[in-house]
Design a binder for this molecule. Sequence first.
Ligand code: UDX
Length: 444
Amino acid sequence: MSTPATPRLTVLGTGYLGATHAICMAVLGYDVLGVDTDRAKVAALNEGRVPFFEPGLPELLRKALDSGRLSFTTDLSAAGDFGDVHFICVGTPQQADSHAADLRYVEGVTRDLAPYLRRRCLVVGKSTVPVGTAERLTRIVQDNAPAGVEVELAWNPEFLREGYAIEDTLHPDRLVFGVASPWAEQTLRTTFAPLIDAGVPVVTTDLPTAELVKVAANSFLATKISYINAMAEVCEATGGDVQDLATALSYDSRIGGRFLHPGLGFGGGCLPKDIRAFVHRAEEVGVGKSVAFLRQVDAINQRRRARTVDLVREQAGGSLEGVRVCCLGAAFKPNSDDVRDAPALDVARMLQEEGAIVSVYDPEAMDNARRVQPGLHYAESVFDAAAGAQVVVLLTEWEQFRSLDPRRLGEVVAACAIVDGRHALVRAEWEGADWTYRALGRAG
Ligand code: UDX
């Protein structure tokens, strides 16, 4: 049986990845059914509410719902009846007691969907998984689906960045199709025809390579960030300036300036857990040495958090006991309300553990931050957080913080001392307004 000209799609898992994918595919003209076990999430999405912060997505959800091409359900049997192509978009978090990826959701949804697959269809994994997972899922699907080997599995990794999710989904740098047959490739080409017609390059490969592309990409990005942060450590010991160093490196087109911003380092729901899971998987298959450097990448990244606390302590005069610290930022990066493995919240917690009286403000991530770190004090605004502060530390580079007027902020703090954890401020402006400015990898 050939693939319908406009296949009907299901998207299993409506978190960050799944919700964005479902909404964008509906906007591209496909009939899409989103599926999630979380009733509240399904209800919210059906009512036009996006359960997380992503610029532009609420408007696009409205448009997709109004078109009549998108709906959400908790019913997997409906998904089985509906879909020609089923996208698996559930999470693969780090296991609680190990660095390995927790595959229970990916395996669970595959196992639960399979009994409803009664005709030829394609199951497409998008989640980030350890290499070898697709092969195992193929067996789960084919052993449990009434349609048996008529159901095929493919892998199509997703590279979207939070804050740019729509752009990355509708205009990706590339599409990667990991397939086991020409039919699977053709089905994916049909499914992504609008993007392919617009000139997005396609790399067609086998299943293991497709699984690896994603972790290899994230490992490279994490390595680039930790590389410049390692240079920051060297600058700190030698009186160099890592910002000038990074600028000089960036003009070499072989190196480039992206992901070369020094500072507090990477966090979020992907980079940290993906590099750890990659090391774990590489060790399992006997090539641990090949990616052992990723342990260093992780360690450099963690050290930046401790070093930021050092700078705040230095600004406070040597001890944090009873010192009022204003923490600007909680999200792992700007334009996101995600606090998973957020360096900012980690630093706020470490400051408080050393006796500081911490006040945190973030434009979007306050509710999530409160859930994860209920013991911190949360302020209503930047100026509320800064009132009476002896040290201000910028931890997430929101535009609102970048454009702060140092003179106005200087009127509410107890002492004009700032640590720029993200190299987001213009040093001369702050020093010109009589602030003592410190940043990682820059002389004091
Ligand atoms: C990342 C990948 O970019 C994306 O392709 C993948 O699909 C998921 O993981 P995301 O987690 O949304 O996306 O964030 P990203 O923009 O990559 O930033 C990751 C972290 O690195 C953030 O904490 C950011 O602050 C930090 N970072 C980024 C730096 O510290 N320096 C940089 O130069 C760039």
